[in-house]
Ligand binder design. Structure first.
Ligand SMILES: Nc1ncnc2c1ncn2[C@@H]1O[C@H](COP(=O)(O)OP(=O)(O)OP(=O)(O)O)[C@@H](O)[C@H]1O
Length: 478
C-alpha cells in the first residue's frame, strides 16, 4: 500500500478528504513487459487471421501470385498477370455493370477504407468530439465495414456503448470536412449500429430535365426531382400542406411546376384541380389554362382563397360523421391552392384588409383542409416571422437556397442545420437544389427539383390545358 514504486501516485480518481486520517485506494500493480509484448503479438496474429475473411480477393491474389512466383518463376507470374489483365479488360468493356459492382467498387471501398477512413478515423473523431473518455481511457466508435456505391461511401460504424446516433447527427459537418466529402448523412440500422454516408461527388450538379408525366399520379408521392442518392424525390401533396422557401432565383418555380406536371393526368380527368395565385404574373401565368381558378391581384387572390375556404367548409360539413378522409373524385376533387410568393398577400400588400383576410383564409385552409382534400402549396422568399407567421401551419417544408444560416432551422425545424442541412451554403449556380425532411426521419436530405422549362409548360398546356381560357380563370380580375 505504501509502496514508492513508479506509477503509484498517478491514480487519483477521487480527491483526498483532508479530515480523514486514512484514504483507501486501489493498489497499482506493474504490468510485466512480457504481458504487454504478448498482447501485441496476439493482436497482430488476430489481425492476420482476420485478413483473409475481410479482404478475401486481395489476400487470395497476393497468395496465388506469391505461390506462382515461388514455384514456377517470375516469367510464369508475368504471363499469368498478362492473361488476368486481358480478362479484366474484356470483362470491363463487355459487362461494365457487373465489373463495377463485383470488382471495381469493392477495390475502391478497400482503398478508401484504408487510405481515407482508417487513416483519419482517430484524429477526425477526437477533434470532432466523438471519442469518449472514461477513467482516463479513450473509447472510439469502430469502423465495421466500408462499402461504395457509384456516388458515395457507406461507412458502417459500431457506436461506443452509452452514445447515440444523435451524437453523430450533430457532427455531420465536422465529419464531412474531416473526410473530405461534400456532406455526410447518418442512418441508424439498429442498436449501436449506424451508417455514415459520404458522397464522393455531387450527384445533383447537373440540371435535371422535366420528368416524364406519370400515367396514374400518386398524390402521396409525386415525382418532382432527384435525391442525392440518385433515387426519385417524391413529394406528398394529398393530406398535407407544403411551404417552399428560397431566395429569389433559388428555383421555387421548378418545385411548383414539377408538382403540377406530376399531377397532369389527374387535372385532365377532373379528380384534381389547381387554383393558382400569381401576384408576380410571371411564374404561373404561363400555364393558366391548366388551372381551375387563377388570380393575380390582391383582391382577386383573397376572393379565391375565401372561395376555397367556403368550399372546404361545405365539404367538411358533408363529411361530418360520415367519412374521415378524402378520396379524390370528379365530384369532390383534390384541390391544390398554389400560392406564389405568399408574403405578397400576408406582408407586402398595401391594403391592410387584404392582408388580414388573406392570412385568415390561409390559416383556415392550412389548419382544416388536409383531411377534406384541400392543400396549400406556397412559395416564400423570406421565412422570418414578421413576414410569414403562418409557416408552422405547413407540415412539410422545402428549404432551397436561403440567405442566412439562422433561417435553416426556421424552415426545417430545430436542429436541421446541426444535422447538415446547410441550405444557406447552397451554390447559387445550383438552382433547384434544396434540403427536405422525409417522413419518419429527422435527418434532412439533399434533393434537386427537375427543371420545367417554358417549352415544357407550353407542351403541358397544349396537351392538358382547357381549350377555353374564359372557363378557367373566373377569378382573375384582369
Ligand atoms: N431545378 C432547376 N434546375 C436548373 N435550373 C433551374 C431550376 N430551377 C430554376 N432554375 C433556373 O434558375 C432561374 C430562376 O428560377 P426560378 O424563377 O424558379 O426561381 P424562384 O425561386 O422562383 O425566383 P423568384 O422568387 O425570383 O421567382 C430559372 O430561370 C432557371 O434558369
Amino acid at each position: 500500500m505504501l509502496s514508492n514504486k513508479p506509477g503509484t501516485h498517478q491514480v487519483t480518481l477521487t480527491a483526498p478528504v483532508p479530515a480523514h486520517a486514512f484514504r483507501f485506494s486501489t493498489p497499482v500493480v506493474e504490468t510485466p513487459g512480457i504481458l504487454i509484448i504478448g498482447r501485441w503479438i496476439g493482436r497482430i496474429v488476430a489481425f492476420l487471421a482476420r485478413l483473409p475473411f475481410r479482404f478475401p480477393v486481395a489476400v487470395g491474389t497476393v497468395t496465388v501470385s506469391g505461390l506462382v512466383g515461388y514455384f514456377l518463376g517470375w516469367g510464369a507470374l508475368a504471363a499469368l498477370w498478362s492473361v488476368v489483365d486481358i480478362g479484366l479488360l474484356v470483362w470491363w468493356r463487355r459487362w461494365p455493370s457487373t465489373f463495377r459492382t463485383l470488382l471495381g467498387l469493392r477495390v475502391v471501398a478497400a482503398w478508401r477504407w484504408v487510405w481515407i477512413y482508417r487513416r483519419h478515423w482517430q484524429p477526425v473523431l477526437v477533434v470532432a468530439g466523438l471519442a469518449e473518455t472514461y477513467a482516463e481511457r479513450q473509447y472510439l466508435p469502430r469502423i465495421r465495414r466500408v462499402t461504395c456505391s457509384q456516388w458515395s461511401d457507406r461507412v458502417r460504424v459500431r457506436l461506443v456503448a452509452g452514445t447515440t446516433p444523435a451524437h453523430f447527427e450533430e457532427r455531420v459537418t465536422e465529419l464531412a470536412h474531416g473526410f473530405g466529402a461534400p456532406s455526410c448523412r447518418v442512418t441508424t440500422l439498429g442498436a449501436r449500429d449506424i451508417v455514415l454516408e459520404f458522397p464522393r461527388r455531387d450527384t445533383l450538379a447537373n440540371p435535371i430535365d422535366a420528368l416524364p408525366v406519370p400515367e396514374v399520379p400518386d398524390l402521396d408521392a409525386l415525382p418532382v426531382g432527384q435525391r442525392e442518392d440518385g433515387t426519385p424525390w417524391l413529394l406528398k401533396l394529398h393530406g398535407t400542406h407544403v411551404l417552399v422557401v428560397g431566395v429569389t432565383g433559388a428555383g421555387k418555380g421548378s418545385v411548383i411546376w414539377s408538382a403540377i406536371r406530376a399531377m397532369l393526368p389527374a387535372l385532365a380527368d377532373g379528380t384534381a384541380q389547381v387554383w393558382a395565385i400569381d401576384p408576380k404574373r410571371m411564374e404561373l401565368s404561363y400555364g393558366r389554362t391548366l388551372f381551375a381558378r387563377y388570380a393575380d391581384t390582391g383582391e382577386s387572390a383573397v376572393t379565391l382563397l375565401e372561395t376555397a375556404v367556403t368550399d372546404m367548409q361545405e365539404r367538411a360539413e358533408r363529411y361530418a360523421g360520415k367519412q374521415r378522409s378524402h378520396t379524390p373524385t370528379v365530384a369532390d376533387p383534390f384541390v391544390v391552392v398554389v400560392l406564389d410568393e405568399v408574403a405578397f398577400l400576408t406582408a407586402y400588400h398595401p391594403d391592410r384588409d387584404v392582408r388580414r383576410r388573406a392570412e385568415n383564409a390561409i390559416a383556415t385552409l392550412t389548419s382544416q383542409g388536409r383531411s377534406v382534400g384541400f392543400t396549400v402549396l406556397a412559395a416564400l422568399q423570406d421565412p422570418r416571422k414578421e413576414v410569414m407567421n403562418l409557416r408552422n401551419l405547413f407540415p412539410d417544408k422545402i428549404a432551397l437556397r436561403l440567405d442566412e444560416a439562422t433561417q435553416v432551422d426556421m424552415v426545417l425545424g430545430e436542429g436541421a442545420r446541426d444535422r447538415g442541412a446547410n441550405a444557406h451554403l447552397i451554390d447559387p449556380d445550383l438552382p433547384g437544389v434544396a434540403f427536405v425532411r422525409l417522413e419518419g426521419s429527422p435527418v434532412p436530405v439533399r434533393v434537386r427539383a427537375a427543371y420545367v422549362s417554358d417549352d415544357d409548360i407550353t407542351a403541358m398546356t397544349n396537351d392538358y390545358g382547357a381549350t377555353e381560357t374564359g372557363s378557367v380563370d373566373a377569378d382573375s380580375d384582369r
